[in-house]
Structures are given as structure tokens and as C-alpha cells.
Design a protein around this ligand. Structure first.
Ligand SMILES: [Zn+2]
Ligand SMILES: [Zn+2]
Length: 388
């Protein structure tokens, strides 16, 4: 390993106690989407102490931040932090570790600043991953416009280099009909609940022709007021998920067509409501992953195969605009599911500290590799452009 990488490792080890304390502080003060005032403040303070120029509140998002270190004309590499918690079960997704691994990587690079090749390092605080799509707002606000490559890690029960993430688009359907007495003069009514039921039936038929890695799941959110009234209004919400962006939107179009057909068949009028920003699938980048893997092995972490369970995250949206990766880092004993109380407890154990420090080192070393050889940044971009 190069001398600079040795120094990066030593810097993280030196900061280990401080990073662990910061991780625990965020963990013990869970804040929900867009309310992460304390976490964003503590992380910004920490980065400022390490020599970063810190902007608090970027792209009009109060709990987003951006710390920058510039050593000259060269590529811009971003390391992303998440720090939002879940309702009721706190940091059961371990975002306290994502935050401190990212801040720790930035701090280690700041510590070797004099020896860094020319370029720009940004540690970007991205709120509201668990709902609200913080990264989507930051993309729209231009935060990633000048970034050449981005990386972050996520806590898990083992080390995985790449885990596919499904894109998700959430759509609501509201059907309007006409109320009437359901027994005395039902022929006067137009039944909005029938349109909801027909939508579900249409989607059920569509499902047989779907690709196996896509998912459609829905609930009825409004089904009428009383059985003796023909429902004049009924509504449902569907989530449509797929591994490829084109296919996600194709399925979305077909689900909307299912609802339109149901409206036509029942004589209802339909309004389609877009719920939240879509989360896009994670676009793989092997150029970045290969660098990450080599550094991960150098810090003693062992990669395991990815399970076939599939979730969604707004890092997917970032990976659709620039090369970006999100390896999984072991912070909990094998078999501990995320979003569980056991995972929340694990996120502040010595195992979590070890994963956080190894992840901080790996991300800092990978950033160093990219700055040291801008040809790698170009290669990551070429791969990004070539992959759908
Ligand atoms: Zn989560
Ligand atoms: Zn998470």
C-alpha cells in the first residue's frame, strides 16, 4: 500500500474515539426526515474542525450540508452521509454509521491534505433517505452537477460490494362516481369502489407477464362510507418497483392504464396522483467497485455474496446522474435484519465501530485513487455512459 494510504489509515485510527462518540450521539438523538438539525449541525462542526469549508443548508434544504476541500484543478469526488432515523425504532437502519464513516473518510483525507493530488473532495450531507427523497432535492438543486463520482456505504449484517436496488414509483388513483341508495335505486349510482376493485384485478392479470425482479403492491385507501351507499369516491395507492429505469416507467404506464381501463368500464372519472419523488434503480459501476474492493481487502474486510432481497433508496437517483456506489458494511451480527430493534442496538456496538472505521478508510483510499489517476474517473464515466 502507498505511504499516503498508510497515513489515511492512521488518521482514522487516531480519530476512532471521536467518530464513535459522534456516531453514538446521532444514534441516541434520532431525528426524522428533514428534521435532522442536530445531526447535520454536529457533522458540519466536525468537518469544519478538520479544515473543511462547510456550507450549512444547500439546495434550499436546511438539514443538508456540503464540506469541501480543494487542492487544485482536478476531479471532484463526493462522499455522502445519511443521518435520518426511522419513526419509533430510531436508528434501526444504522444511518449514524453512514454519517460518521463519511465524515471520518473526509477527516482522514483532510489529515493528508498536503500529500493529496489535485482535485476537490466534498462530504455531502443528504437528509431524508427513509422517505422524502433528500438526494432527489439535492440533484434538482444542482449539488451533483460538478461532481465526477460519488460513494457512500450502508450498514448491513455482512460486507457486500454491490447490492441491486429497485427503482420505485408511487402512484395514487382516485375514482369519482355518483352516490345513490344501494338498494332502493342502485341504477342511479356510479360505483367508484368497483373501479378500485377492477384496477386491482387488472393489475393482477398484468402481474403474470412481469419480469421476476419487478414488484407491484397496492392498498385501498378509501373504499366508501357505508354499504347502503353506492361509493361516490374510492381510492388506492400502488408502488411499482423494477431493477431498470425504463422498465419501471413502462410498468408505471401499464398500471396507470389498468386504472384508466377500470374508470372507463365503470363510468367513473379518474385522477392520478404522484406520491413522493420516485427512487431510481442503482446503476452499477464496476470501475468504482473494483477500486473499493481492493481497498476494502487492504483494511481487512471480507466480501460476501449479495442476498436476493431487494429494497429501494435515493442513492439510486444519484447513480443515474453520475457514477456512484453504495457498498454494504458489516455493523451487525450475521442474520440481523435492517429496520429491526436488534439492528438499532447493533449500530453502536464495537462491531459497528469496526465497520465504520474500515469503511471510512476504504472510502478515503478510494477517493485518493481517483484523485491520483484521473484516467480512472474518465473510465468510471465511460462505463456510466455505456450502461443502461
Ligand atoms: Zn432504511
Ligand atoms: Zn438505510
Amino acid at each position: 500500500m502507498s505511504a499516503v494510504k498508510d497515513l489515511i489509515g492512521q488518521a482514522v485510527d487516531r480519530l476512532g474515539d471521536e467518530l464513535e462518540a459522534l456516531s453514538r450521539q446521532i444514534h441516541d438523538n434520532p431525528e426524522l426526515a428533514y428534521q435532522e438539525v442536530k445531526a447535520a449541525g454536529w457533522l458540519s462542526d466536525f468537518l469544519a474542525q478538520q479544515g473543511f469549508k462547510v456550507e450549512r443548508g444547500v439546495a434550499g434544504v436546511e438539514t443538508a450540508f456540503r464540506g469541501t476541500i480543494e487542492t487544485g484543478q482536478g476531479p471532484t469526488i463526493a462522499i455522502l452521509c445519511e443521518y435520518d432515523a426511522l419513526p419509533q425504532i430510531g436508528h434501526a437502519c444504522g444511518h449514524n454509521v453512514i454519517a460518521t464513516a463519511g465524515a471520518g473518510a473526509g477527516a482522514a483525507l483532510a489529515a493528508v491534505r498536503e500529500r493529496l493530488p489535485k482535485g476537490r473532495i466534498q462530504v455531502i450531507g443528504t437528509p431524508a433517505e427513509e422517505g422524502g427523497g433528500g438526494k432527489v432535492k439535492l440533484i434538482q438543486g444542482g449539488v451533483f452537477r460538478d461532481v465526477d463520482a460519488a460513494m457512500m456505504i450502508h450498514g448491513f449484517d455482512r460486507w457486500i460490494l454491490h447490492q441491486d436496488l429497485l427503482g420505485i414509483v408511487r402512484v395514487g388513483f382516485e375514482f369519482s362516481g355518483k352516490a345513490a341508495h344501494a338498494s332502493a335505486d342502485p341504477w342511479e349510482g356510479v360505483n367508484a369502489l368497483d373501479a378500485v376493485i377492477q384496477t386491482f384485478n387488472n393489475v393482477s392479470m398484468l402481474r403474470q407477464q412481469m419480469r421476476p425482479d419487478a414488484r407491484i403492491h397496492g392498498i385501498v385507501t378509501h373504499g366508501g362510507a357505508a354499504p347502503n351507499i353506492i361509493p361516490e369516491m374510492a381510492a388506492c395507492t400502488f408502488y411499482v418497483r423494477a431493477a431498470k429505469l425504463d422498465y419501471m416507467w413502462e410498468l408505471h404506464r401499464r398500471v396507470v392504464a389498468c386504472a384508466e381501463g377500470a374508470a372507463r368500464a365503470t363510468g367513473c372519472t379518474l385522477s392520478t396522483i404522484d406520491k413522493e419523488a420516485p427512487y431510481e434503480p442503482l446503476k452499477r459501476n464496476d470501475t468504482l467497485l473494483d477500486l473499493f474492493r481492493a481497498n476494502m481487502q487492504a483494511v481487512g474486510a471480507q466480501e460476501l455474496p449479495a442476498p436476493d432481497r431487494l429494497g429501494s433508496s435515493d442513492i439510486g437517483n444519484v447513480s443515474q446522474v453520475i457514477p456512484a456506489i453504495q457498498p454494504m458494511v458489516q455493523i451487525a451480527p450475521s442474520g440481523t435484519p435492517i429496520h429491526s430493534r436488534a439492528f438499532e442496538a447493533a449500530a453502536v456496538t464495537p462491531l459497528a465501530r469496526q465497520g465504520m472505521c474500515q469503511a471510512a478508510k476504504t472510502m478515503a483510499m478510494t477517493t485518493y485513487d481517483l484523485l491520483a489517476d484521473p484516467g480512472l474517473v474518465k473510465r468510471a464515466r465511460a462505463e456510466f455512459d455505456a450502461r443502461t
